[in-house]
Design a protein around this ligand. Structure first.
Ligand code: GAL
Length: 345
């Protein structure tokens, strides 16, 4: 069980108090902000002692000013909703187009910008959020609970639950940027990635899925065996050009929920990071929009200097009947679990 403590992290520009929670378990520790439920640090034992392997900002003001979603919890709907609108039960719901023609990561003020309630429960950190009916255009009042737990064997678990009083859409994830060489390393070096998926969802020039499920065989997306990320990025493929790198949903299951499954394994700097999930997809994003962003402790986060492993229901699922459903029925429970486990290689 982790040792849990809490300190103030200042106030948002609107004057809301934000706390920084710390969970320590053996040689591992994490810090989580009530602002955006952000995973601010993940310190793991490494050759030099302790190494922080997730990117983040130094101050609350810097978190509020950026749009990279560093470490944040994402909702109501992770990734893109094409055309920034959807129909449900015969009603049309317009949303904010905050990413070209799409609605990205829940809209203009997604869960990544909310101040969550937090409490300790049995050595875990429980974050809760009340999202009112109509917030960011989505129907139904949604009660959300995300629990962060950390164990001495280096397993960080995120357990996501939600319930709505009306039919709505729900697809929650975490947007941590990892670099196993350390958050401030500045490049991916020779880190390798393995993603246990036979297919990706093909996307168009707006990063919206076309509906086609593309087998990875013979493409840079064939990561079923470990591949050096830099070598994969250097390959020639129209999908890589469109994403300006890896920024794709890998298909893990065809159902909205599956048994816990190893989705991805990354290695580098003497460490191994495994991502397990019950979600049907994982967005592998190689930080193609970072451009020398200011980070923690004076770090500078350059182009492709980290990667995200965002477990999710497939992007724009509401517009594709062949995708796992993203509809959460009123009164039903939304629940999924993702773990990130870091061990020595
Ligand atoms: C990812 C998304 C990227 C980019 C990023 C935030 O989840 O797939 O295209 O928007 O978030 O910078």
């Amino acid at each position: 069980m982790a040792n849990v403590s809490c300190q103030s992290f200042g106030k948002t520009k609107e004057g809301q108090e934000v706390d920084l929670w710390t969970l320590c378990a053996g040689d591992y520790s994490i810090q989580v902000l009530t602002y955006g439920g952000i995973l601010r640090s993940f310190c793991v034992p490494a050759a030099e002692g302790s190494r922080d392997i997730v990117l983040g900002c130094e101050t609350l003001g810097e978190y509020e000013a950026q749009d990279r979603y560093f470490g944040a919890l994402i909702g109501r709907v992770a990734n893109r909703i094409g055309g920034a609108c959807f129909d449900l039960n015969g009603k049309h719901y317009p949303l904010a187009a905050n990413n070209g023609p799409n609605c990205l990561h829940g809209g203009l003020r997604g869960f990544d910008r909310a101040v969550w309630e937090a409490r300790e429960e049995d050595g875990s950190l429980v974050l809760t959020l009340h999202s009112p009916d109509g917030e960011e255009g989505f129907p139904g009042t949604l009660e959300v609970q995300v629990t962060y737990s950390l164990t001495e064997d280096g397993t960080l678990t995120l357990d996501y639950q939600a319930r709505s009083d009306q039919d709505t859409l729900c697809n929650l994830t975490n947007h941590s940027y990892f670099n196993l060489l350390g958050h401030a390393h500045g490049s991916l070096g020779d880190q390798k990635i393995q993603i246990l998926a036979d297919a990706i969802t093909e996307m168009d020039e707006n990063s919206t899925p076309t509906g086609t499920i593309l087998p990875v065989e013979g493409t840079p997306f064939d990561l079923r065996e470990p591949v050096e990320i830099g070598k994969g990025l250097a390959m020639d493929h129209i999908q890589l050009k469109m994403g300006n790198g890896y920024d794709h949903n890998f298909v893990l299951h065809h159902q909205p929920k599956g048994p816990m499954k190893l989705a991805a394994r990354a290695t580098g700097g003497g460490l191994c990071l495994e991502c397990w999930t019950t979600q049907p997809g994982i967005q592998f994003y190689t930080a193609n929009f970072l451009e020398g962003d200011a980070g923690k402790g004076g770090a500078c986060y350059g182009f492709r200097s980290a990667y995200c492993l965002e477990t999710q229901i497939w992007p724009d699922a509401i517009h594709h009947s062949n995708f796992p459903s993203v509809v959460l029925r009123g009164g039903e429970n939304y629940h999924h679990t993702t773990t990130y486990r870091v061990t020595a290689l």
